[in-house]
Design a protein around this ligand. Structure first.
Ligand SMILES: Nc1nc2c(ncn2[C@@H]2O[C@H](COP(=O)(O)OP(=O)(O)O)[C@@H](O)[C@H]2O)c(=O)[nH]1
Ligand SMILES: [Mg+2]
Length: 611
């Protein structure tokens, strides 16, 4: 079990000196840092506290010019050491770093007055009181104030003890089974290749693991792992780790990339987030503002779409959608800071609520309500709402990374493997009903709308349609018969008595076995093709060929006659049937071919027998 603690504070206030005094490791590792006597980039060290607790340390630069490096160092900290030189007191970067700590909601920390050898007790008390006062407005309110001297060693033991006690009350880092290592450093080691370092969160990494570099998606393998300069087989969440990679050169990996198991981390150009604007900010967060987004170790240009108003005032909170200039690897719940690029200042911060959102209408209360519910943990339900055409259970779980058991708790309409939000299902049912009603009105003689037409009308995923149609049927919305879909109440109404349909049936029935040709009868009766189709569908007439149609009664009699002939004579031919029916060859041939097609008879040479 390992922890990570970071420094924060103004330049030259003794952060790096304190870390060296505590750990024996000089965090200023760059040649330029040693030459200039100042921290430029992140520094790393580690120590063992009196209880035996192992702590990794991230030392940040205090200079305003290197604030970006500071921001890459503060993610994943269990606690922060806010360092203030006793002789100078609170200075601009003390405040700036504290604002960032506050926006990231880091609530565990110690305030450390350094260089106490340079001041008297009265001055020390005064600076300490001022510091406590400043802390009250931040996430570090109530943090203990200690004083030390790296020069004399005074107060260092007490600091170790108090840090140990602070971490004692820190819950173990959650293992969510999906490791993430935001990369803060990349270098090569002769003979080993590319090494990246970072603070590991949300899961463990093992030697041999196949992982992905997000957002590029490049696949790499973990060849070796080190923690605090020792080889390990497994690195646990909440610890610093150095990872030797196979599959990527040094110049193919950058600070800001994230190492994660394949497919577990979204790469996105858009996020929904709740933001809080610093109370002391000199300006509001305006709609459309161009900002720099800092999250994990990444830094991305972003445009803020303020969803509920035109600006979020200093001290206020609100919902924004951030449009990112380049893809970012992010997860819901991740914290971030927004800065104005020039003049450089910290403006706001918050947490991502949705890392794959749709574009939203602004000033729409439903958007904020949905985000509110999502932030409160109703992730599956709100994710489902984003798919008006439905989504499979598997895809929904993948999009949210939620456990399968959570599916049972959501309010959804199920159709096969597909899920629909209640409002989406209502909309689909209404669309189907309206489309069918319009179709029936336009085509009163048709039994229903061709299935394929309804499919394209509903605009569903092709794979979802069969399940949806079945569910619509089960719910009593629509019935499918022979590839046509109809509303349950739909009935084909051929004109009752006296009209063209009745005239057609009448014409065909005058000489039942020798009816006029169908096209001719249609012309005489004034019947359109649609109506013939409807009459045939209802069984009022039987179309034996394009040319020949029998009435229902004539057909039934003819079939009985054929069965009878075959029963008495073993088979029937065109000639023998023609004699019995007293008809011409044309309708007899059509009848026998139709009966073959209906699998009532079977042809053997010139004769037919029953099947
Ligand atoms: N007298 C005295 N000087 C200190 C102490 N801690 C740091 N310094 C000096 O303060 C200067 C800045 O220290 P450094 O650790 O680089 O500050 P950082 O910029 O906050 O990392 C250096 O010259 C240190 O030697 C201390 O406890 N007592
Ligand atoms: Mg330093």
């Amino acid at each position: 079990m390992s922890y990570v603690v970071g420094t924060a504070g103004h330049i030259d206030h003794g952060k790096s000196t304190l870390i060296q005094a505590l750990t024996g490791i000089d965090p200023d590792r760059l040649e330029e840092e040693k030459r200039r006597g100042m921290t430029i980039d992140l520094g790393f060290a580690y120590m063992t506290l009196p209880s035996g607790r192992l702590v990794g340390i991230v030392d940040v630069p205090g200079h305003a010019r290197f604030i970006r490096n500071m921001l890459a160092g503060v993610h994943g900290l269990d606690a922060v050491l806010l360092v203030v030189a006793a002789d100078e007191g609170v200075m601009p970067q003390t405040v700036e770093h504290l604002e960032i700590v506050d926006l990231l909601e880091i609530s565990r920390g110690l305030a450390v007055l350094t260089k106490r050898d340079l001041v008297d007790a009265e001055w020390l008390d005064m600076v300490g009181a001022e510091l406590s006062e400043v802390l009250t407005r931040t996430s570090l309110r109530g943090a203990e104030v200690l004083s030390v001297s790296a020069a004399t060693g005074e107060g260092l033991d007490l600091l170790r003890e108090r840090l140990d006690a602070l971490l004692d009350g820190t819950p173990a880092r959650e293992d969510r089974g999906r490791a993430r290592l935001p990369v803060d450093r990349v270098f090569t080691i002769r003979g080993s290749g590319t090494v990246v370092t970072g603070t590991l969160v949300d899961g463990s990494l093992r030697v041999g693991d196949e992982v992905e570099l997000a957002p590029s998606g490049r696949r790499v393998r973990v060849r070796g792992l080190q923690q605090h300069n020792r080889k390990v087989a497994v690195a646990a969440p909440g610890s610093r780790a150095a990872v030797n990679l196979v599959g990527a050169d040094k110049d193919e990996v950058r600070r800001g990339d994230v190492l994660a198991p394949p497919g577990t981390l979204a790469s996105t150009r858009r996020v929904d987030a709740q933001v809080r604007v610093l109370a002391g900010a000199a300006r509001p967060l305006r709609h459309g503002a161009q900002l720099m987004l800092h999250t994990g170790t990444a830094e991305v240009a972003a445009r803020a779409i303020v969803l509920e108003s035109d600006a979020i005032e200093p001290g206020a909170s609100g919902w924004v959608q951030l449009w990112l200039a380049v893809p970012l690897a992010a997860a819901a719940g991740d914290r971030f800071v927004l800065r104005v690029p020039s003049p450089s200042l910290t403006l706001a911060g918050g947490r991502f609520t949705d890392v794959a959102p749709r574009r939203h209408a602004r000033h729409d209360a439903r958007v904020a309500e949905s985000l509110e519910r999502r932030a409160a943990g109703d992730v599956l339900q709100e994710e489902l709402r984003k798919y008006p055409r439905g989504i499979t259970e598997a895809a929904l779980l993948k999009a949210t990374l939620a456990p399968e058991a959570d599916l049972s708790a959501i309010d959804a309409r199920r159709a096969g493997a597909w899920l629909f939000a209640p409002e989406a299902w209502t909309a689909i049912s209404e669309r189907a009903e309206a489309a069918l009603a319009a179709y029936h009105a336009r085509n009163p003689l048709r039994a229903g709308m061709p299935r394929e037409e309804l499919k394209s009308r509903l605009g569903l995923a092709p794979a979802a349609f069969p399940a949806v149609l079945e569910a619509l049927g089960a719910a009593g919305f629509a019935a499918e018969r022979e590839g046509e879909v109809a509303l349950p109440g739909h009935e084909v109404r051929v004109d009752p008595g006296g009209g063209p349909a009745a005239r057609l049936v009448e014409l065909l029935g005058v000489q039942p076995y020798a009816p006029p040709s169908l096209p001719e009868a249609m012309r005489t009766a004034g019947v359109p093709a649609e109506m013939v189709r409807a009459l045939a569908q209802r069984g009022d007439i039987v179309r034996l060929s394009d040319d020949v149609a029998f009435t229902r009664a004539a057909y039934a009699d003819a079939v009985a006659l054929v069965r009878e002939l075959i029963a008495s004579e073993g088979s029937v031919t065109v000639a023998s049937l023609r004699d019995r029916m007293g008809a011409s060859r044309r309708p007899v041939l059509a009848l026998l071919e139709y009966l073959d097609g209906q699998r009532i008879t079977r042809r053997v040479g010139d004769a037919r027998v029953l099947r």
